[in-house]
Design a protein around this ligand. Structure first.
Ligand SMILES: [Ca+2]
Ligand SMILES: [Ca+2]
Ligand SMILES: [Ca+2]
Length: 365
């Protein structure tokens, strides 16, 4: 009997701990008619689900580890999306560990004692994930630098920030990082004044993003000097300047595409380049011959070689796996396109052939 009771206590304890760590679910507008009221009622670790609709409010998020789920959670900002959970105003993040997934952020607003922003991150916070959002500013034409940023962190710095699969358009700056430790991946920056700015950051990765038609520059790297920058596999096309380095230290920008086989234009080092211009102190060589792998040039189904074409390179890989089953020496799960079975057969070949010669790179023709 005693043992049963202790087991029961243990079970209750485990359930209580998991309930605490998972948090409660709050629905807007079913439970609260504004997002801010839901935040005010929430405890740390809660999830706030926001239905489609327009929310004319400025938000202050001051509870740790809140998860915000919008109508387009998990759907990249550059993909086809359903009706938006549309926040018209700013989102100010004060606490740690905030997740913002699947919203539209429209116009932003002035954050008192802060900046003009869509999302404003208070200095010294950490662990935020901002993904699959559409940041749109209307009324601010690119080229009209009105100082509104899609995302900006306070100069005090932010750590473990992830910004991924969002789309930014119409802002002075899509993402402005200061003293940050951040990963910015798989975003689209299109028709802003500046796609992205980095000042004095600690460790930043900028990879697999599309920087398209930004009026002044795609990416600007300013002072004080950045400690560590990983800048690769981005697509730069149609920007007045693709990468502008305002530091005196060279930055490594190898393995990006300037949407031109002969590379970016620099009057001194590559006067025959027909891609976007780059400033001095940018090591762009070697470059990728075409944009491939960023959100606007995703790998087609069957492209195992990741050159954005379904071609003989891919056929050669899957031919080796022909008729193999899971566990065989030549088994290759990447070729199991029809994955209901665990064998590479005519069903997989049928799917592969239906994509034959498909091309999504920027130099397909
Ligand atoms: Ca080099
Ligand atoms: Ca291929
Ligand atoms: Ca199969």
């Amino acid at each position: 009997m005693k043992r049963i009771i202790s087991v029961r206590i243990a079970v209750v304890f485990v359930l209580a701990v998991s309930a605490m760590s998972q948090g409660a679910s709050i629905n807007v507008p079913a439970d609260y008619d504004t997002i801010q009221k839901a935040i005010n009622a929430a405890g740390a670790n809660d999830t706030i689900n926001v239905s489609p609709g327009n929310y004319n409010e400025n938000l202050t998020i001051n509870k740790a580890n809140l998860i915000f789920i919008g109508a387009n959670a998990g759907i990249p900002g550059s993909s086809e999306r359903s009706d938006e959970s549309n926040i018209i105003g700013y989102v100010k993040i004060v606490s740690n560990g905030i997740s913002l997934n699947g919203f539209k952020i429209t116009d932003g607003a002035y954050v008192p004692a802060g900046e003009k922003a869509g999302v404003y991150i208070v200095g010294g916070t950490s662990g935020h994930t901002i993904q699959c959002n559409l940041f749109t500013r209307t009324g601010a034409a690119p080229g009209g630098p009105d100082q509104f940023r899609g995302i900006i962190n306070e100069f005090g710095g932010v750590s473990s920030l992830q910004v991924k699969l969002n789309k930014f358009s119409g802002w002075h700056t899509g993402v402005y990082l200061q003293n940050a430790d951040a990963q910015v991946t798989n975003n689209v920056f299109v028709a802003n004044f500046v796609g992205m700015s980095i000042d004095g950051s600690i460790a930043v990765t900028v990879a697999y993003n599309s920087f398209i038609n930004n009026g002044l520059e795609g990416l600007g790297v300013g002072v004080p000097a950045i400690t560590s920058l990983t800048l690769e596999h981005n697509c730069f096309s149609g920007n007045l300047t693709a990468v502008a380095n305002y530091q005196s230290i060279e930055i490594n920008a190898e393995h990006n595409s300037w949407a031109s086989a002969n590379g970016p234009y620099n009057p001194a080092s590559n006067p025959n380049g027909t891609g976007d211009a780059v400033s001095d102190n940018v090591d762009y060589n070697p470059w990728l011959p075409a944009c491939c792998g960023d959100p606007l040039h995703q790998y087609p189904v069957g492209d195992l070689s990741k050159d954005c074409r379904v071609n003989f390179l891919d056929y050669a890989v899957c031919a080796k796996a022909w008729l193999s089953s899971a566990g065989d020496g030549n088994w290759n799960p990447a070729c199991n396109f029809q994955s209901a079975d665990n064998v590479i057969n005519i069903l997989d070949l049928g799917i592969f052939v239906s994509h034959w010669l498909e091309c999504t790179a920027s130099n397909c023709n």
